[in-house]
Design a protein. Structure first.
Length: 426
């Protein structure tokens, strides 16, 4: 890390370090705030930037760090201008009444009069315009299966909720089937007999006049999956743990992998899918050797998203999740900007509002880098935090999504859903 600046600051100084990917904790830090750190190796792989050492003191941003010295001094933005092959890590550490900024790559420094938020929005305008940000599509209104059915969703559940959407005349544009429709990591299009027919489920959605959406994690495979055992030469480095298995990334420069990815998405395109929630995308950029020895992990990742766009066509809506932030600009239409609201076992609200901090910090990205996705409203009465979460989601810009079994909503739940879909607040 090379010193690139040393700035006198006041006691009110704050720093915004952009996280690596959707799930990386991102917020403004004051001098005595404790920086977020991974609790174990899996968290390091799945929430922070693999292969990058975090500083012992201070904070670290990936490609973007904003320093507000306080007391009206100009705000300083340190950022890369191109994240297509490399993204520098940028650190800020307090030393007495000064902040020392370091970087391991080329960054430009910009002075902004005004607030830290002003600096972020101006950076977003510049970077989004330069990288061809996809912001023109209309904001989708989505019903999603995840927070009610998790991996136990069936085609019958989808059909039931499509009927409820029609009966209640809810202005939903997209019905999105989340995890559970396929056999899982590395087996993305193998039939899951428990779910039923994905073709029939998509047809039911399309017959209702709505776009059919599908979730999958195309750049991740389980180490014990058939695909991983059959094609070890397709694998890169470790990518965490989920679905009861160690995850590894796919080498998106390998001809066999590219043919596999093209087949997976051709099948989804041909069945009528027009909306994709692409999850665990960071797996495509883990550090490792690749078939193309000259490709950086970031260039390999972008080549995978380019391939998906090529197969699916320009009008398919791509929503990134668990995705490297700056390298994804220009490739996805929307981006989840925080971690999941809760995991299985937290349906009653006992896990708190896990994504609130980052989605509020990243609100500046909406309409500049993409449409932001604050995650789904959960409006059923059994969710103890529904009023608090509804206030967050209804205030947030971006995708308007909810995830309940519609027949289980009470009057207040339906009121919140209608407010969400109208784009307003309760």
């Amino acid at each position: 890390m090379n010193v690139i600046d040393e700035v006198p600051v006041s006691p009110t100084a704050r720093v915004y370090p952009e996280g690596w990917q959707s799930w990386s904790p991102t917020t403004w830090y004051s001098r005595h705030d404790q920086a977020h750190r991974p609790s174990d190796d899996a968290q390091r792989l799945m929430r922070f930037r693999p292969g990058t050492r975090l500083p012992e003191a201070g904070v670290q941003g990936e490609g973007l760090l904003v320093l507000d010295p306080g007391e009206g001094a100009p705000v300083r933005t340190y950022a890369t201008s191109d994240a297509s092959t490399k993204v520098p890590s940028i650190t800020a550490e307090w030393h007495g009444e000064r902040v020392v900024v370091r970087s391991n790559g080329a960054v430009a420094a910009t002075l902004t009069e005004g607030t830290g938020q002003t600096a972020l929005t101006q950076f977003g305008d510049r970077f989004g315009a330069a990288r061809g940000a996809r912001t023109a599509a209309s904001v989708p209104r989505v019903w999603c299966t995840w927070y009610r059915y998790f991996e136990e969703v069936t085609a019958a559940d989808v059909a039931e909720n499509v009927r409820e959407i029609e009966r209640r005349e809810l202005p939903v544009d997209v019905v999105q089937i989340d995890d559970g429709w396929s056999l899982g990591a590395g087996e993305w299009t193998r039939p899951n007999s428990r779910f039923g027919s994905i073709a029939d489920a998509v047809s039911a959605i399309r017959d209702s006049g709505r776009r059919a959406g599908i979730w999958l994690a195309p750049f991740s495979v389980g180490r014990t999956s058939d695909l991983a055992r059959t094609h070890p030469e397709w694998l890169t480095g470790p990518a965490g743990f989920n679905w009861g298995d160690d995850l590894v990334g796919l080498d998106l420069t390998h001809p066999g992998v590219r043919a596999y990815v093209a087949d997976v998405f051709s099948a989804l395109r041909d069945v009528g899918v027009e909306y994709l929630k692409l999850d665990f995308l960071y797996s495509g950029a883990v550090p490792a050797g690749r078939f193309d020895r000259d490709a950086t992990p970031i260039a390999a990742y972008r080549s995978g998203l380019d391939l998906i766009r090529e197969v699916m066509g320009p009008d398919t809506y791509l929503l990134g999740c668990g995705a490297p932030i700056l390298p994804s600009v220009g490739l996805v239409d929307a981006m989840r900007v925080a971690s999941d609201t809760f995991h299985e076992g937290g349906e009653n609200g006992s896990q708190g509002l896990r994504g609130r901090m980052s989605l509020e910090a990243r609100s500046w990205q909406d309409g500049r880098l993409w449409t932001t996705d604050p995650d789904c409203l959960v409006a059923r009465p059994s969710f103890a935090l529904r009023e608090e979460w509804a206030d967050v989601v209804l205030r947030a810009p971006g995708v308007r999504g909810f995830s309940d079994r519609i027949s289980e909503l009470d009057a207040r739940g339906m009121e919140l859903v209608r407010q969400l879909l109208k784009g307003g607040r309760a």
